[in-house]
Design a protein around this ligand. Structure first.
Ligand SMILES: Cc1ncc(COP(=O)(O)O)c(C=O)c1O
Length: 420
């Protein structure tokens, strides 16, 4: 195999950070940049696109929880969502004391199977949560038709609320987003399409479901304290250091390195946390997005079209050059956050790519990621209930599409994969 010396790719860890983001983060931490009022400016920015009620949160899961809390749900009300998802979508359901009902994905995509969605709706279903996995858009018009076929028969207090989970994509111009749902949200976590390392925006389009005044409920939410608020600016800088030293002084067999030592050290000092940490027991205190997060996001928004254009170009390389056996039946046209491939040789591929300094993603190697398979029952997932999900989990890897990977590198990755 030919030498691949240039690769150094971390699919998923702050893939969008540019020099401009690092400069801003330094400015925020040194006090040279005043972030006061940034959350309001961000809201105004989004108002140019969405005229409905806009709410900014610390995380996507808090946006979901905010909705569920205000929908007046009762214990054991059912909320339908697909398996092959992140624990972040399930936590708010459990915090609300509701019951997650997991539906299988289609055989030829990583999105919910609409016929199985239809047959999973029961008189107790109050919410349907639809996820555009990897950024591939679900046919929301069809979902709306399914939901309406039930809503037409129901009294107001029993109608189903439709939430669209746009965590894996971002666009200000794709008019499919939010067209058919009652509310939709984006996540701006460290591994998303644009990022403030943590953050989320929720747009509520249909207020008829809420007896409470959402704006007032939002105003009463807590702010992050000073230490929590600076976390995100520091995170940008710390991860830059971790990546820079990730392979420095690496001990070959155990693969320990200076970068890994930094991760352990920063975690020990509480400077970085595991983003997808599982928290199903403790309730969550919903927090507003901080001005620092908003400022970081305003910077990223300068480049959202550049990021998306780049992702499309990288996806095209994978589509055109990857061996047929890796291809999923993703349909061209969407901007993918990660490019999924399926292979029974997944572990071998991971190992080979790791030797070339490419760390590929593993969304979702468990039906409710990152929950271990033996713990799935703790969130109500029954093993064997979603066969397409389970097969996908066993064989999936995700290739990077973000600006961290150049076109040349995407071609190198393709060459490596094709030679396995
Ligand atoms: C599908 C999906 N929805 C929602 C979220 C919520 O993200 P967070 O709470 O980290 O902002 C995530 C996070 O990875 C996700 O993958």
């Amino acid at each position: 195999m030919k030498e691949h010396t240039k690769l150094k790719i971390f699919t998923g860890s702050t893939p969008n950070t540019t020099e401009k983001d690092l400069l801003l983060a330094k400015g925020i931490l040194s006090g040279a940049v005043n972030t006061q009022g940034a959350r309001e400016s961000l809201k105004e920015y989004f108002r140019n696109t969405w005229e409905e009620d806009i709410f900014l949160f610390n995380r996507g899961r808090e946006a979901i929880y905010f909705l569920l809390k205000n929908l007046g749900l009762k214990k054991d009300d059912e909320i339908i969502l697909q398996a092959f998802t992140c624990i972040a979508t399930v936590e708010p359901i459990l915090w609300s004391k509701c019951k997650p009902v997991f539906v299988d994905i289609q055989k030829n995509s990583f999105n919910i199977d609409l016929e199985k969605l239809r047959s999973s709706i029961t008189p107790r279903t109050r919410v349907v949560l639809i996820q555009h996995t990897f950024g591939e858009m679900v046919n929301m018009k069809k979902v709306r038709e399914i939901v309406e076929s039930f809503n037409n028969e129901r009294d107001n207090e029993e109608k189903i609320f439709l939430i669209e989970d746009c965590a894996h994509l971002f666009s200000l111009t794709d008019d499919r987003i939010g067209k058919y749902s009652d509310a939709f949200f984006f996540s701006f976590a460290q591994d998303k399409a644009i990022s403030s390392t943590q953050g989320a925006m929720l747009v509520v389009k249909n207020n008829n479901f809420f007896s409470s005044n959402l704006k007032q409920e939002y105003e009463e939410l807590d702010e992050l304290n000073q230490r929590e608020a600076t976390y995100n600016a520091r995170y940008v800088l710390l991860w830059e250091k971790i990546k820079r030293f990730y392979y420095t002084l690496e001990i070959p067999l155990i693969r320990f390195s200076l970068g890994k030592l930094l991760i352990l050290l920063f975690r020990f000092l509480g400077l970085i946390k595991k983003q997808a940490k599982v928290n199903i027991e403790k309730d969550c205190n919903i927090k507003k997005m901080s001005d620092i997060q908003a400022q970081l996001l305003l910077r990223q928004l300068e480049d959202w079209e550049v990021f998306n254009q780049h992702r499309q170009e990288i996806v095209t390389i994978y589509e055109d050059k990857l061996k047929e056996e890796y291809r999923t039946s993703y349909k061209k046209g969407d901007t993918l956050l990660r490019y999924p491939i399926l292979s029974e040789k997944k572990n071998l591929i991971r190992k080979i790519l790791r030797e070339e300094k490419v760390i590929v993603g593993n969304w979702y190697s468990s039906p409710i990621y990152p929950l271990a398979w033996e713990n799935l029952s703790s969130v109500g997932y029954v093993k064997g209930s979603c066969p397409n999900v389970e097969t996908a989990c066993k064989n999936i890897l995700n290739l990077p599409t973000g600006i961290e990977v150049s076109k040349e590198q995407a071609e190198e990755i393709t060459d490596i994969l094709n030679s396995v």
